[in-house]
Write a protein that binds this ligand. Structure first.
Ligand code: GAR
Length: 201
């Protein structure tokens, strides 16, 4: 069983999709053992507690600098023997130093079809605002490995979603989550778990 940590900052609907996929048997070879939030009021923490998952709050502002914050983050992950780190609405960019400590062990869900609407400054609703401003007719979501370039790691899975007449950033965000993110993130976790167990990754 792959030991998974999910890093969150907000509502945690993607975390919920992962928990539900475990219950439904879509995720068979991985288990969420730890949820870490950088925001103490994140509703995702409630979702974790309701599912009896261990939680930790590690906030940047409680540390003297980013390096010490990241050290605390990596200590928590290492001491819990985590095999796979899932960024699910984790609204902060991790340094190259941190990312390089966990090569091919960090994945992220991004609410657009990378390489569109990604990189620094593109997160949450801003991504959907940019997609609507550009007038794209198709958007979607991407699950990718995390490397030192923001949203630049290898793509694992993508799913397209139609933009509809009259969409607002909020309605588009909801459709992208429902039709794409909550589907491909759990499937990508199972895929990685399966490949790791088989020794093909
Ligand atoms: C999701 O749409 C996720 O893709 C996005 O934030 C939302 C978090 O929702 N992440 C990013 O934009 C990261 N670049 P959730 O907390 O309900 O899962």
């Amino acid at each position: 069983m792959l030991r998974v940590a999910v890093l969150v900052s907000g509502g945690g609907t993607n975390l919920q999709a992962i928990i539900d996929a475990q219950t439904a048997g879509i995720i068979k070879d991985a288990k969420v053992e730890l949820v870490i939030s950088n925001v103490s009021t994140a509703y995702a923490l409630e979702r974790a507690k309701n599912a009896n998952i261990k939680t930790a709050v590690i906030r940047k502002k409680d540390f003297e600098n980013v390096q010490l914050w990241e050290k605390s983050l990596s200590d928590e992950l290492t001491s819990n023997n985590i095999d796979l780190i899932v960024l699910a609405g984790f609204m902060t960019i991790l340094s190259a130093e941190f990312v390089n400590k966990f090569p091919n062990k960090i994945i992220n869900v991004h609410p657009a079809l990378i390489p569109s609407f990604c990189g620094e400054g593109f997160y949450g609703l801003k991504v959907h605002e940019a997609a609507l401003e550009k007038g794209v007719k198709i958007t979607g979501a991407t699950v990718h490995y995390v490397n030192e370039i923001a949203d630049g790691g290898e793509i694992i899975m993508q799913k397209p979603v139609e933009v509809l007449e009259g969409d607002t950033p909020e309605t588009l965000q909801k459709r992208v989550m429902q039709q794409a993110e909550w589907d491909i993130l759990p499937r990508a976790i199972q895929l990685i778990a399966q490949q790791t167990i088989k020794g093909t990754l």
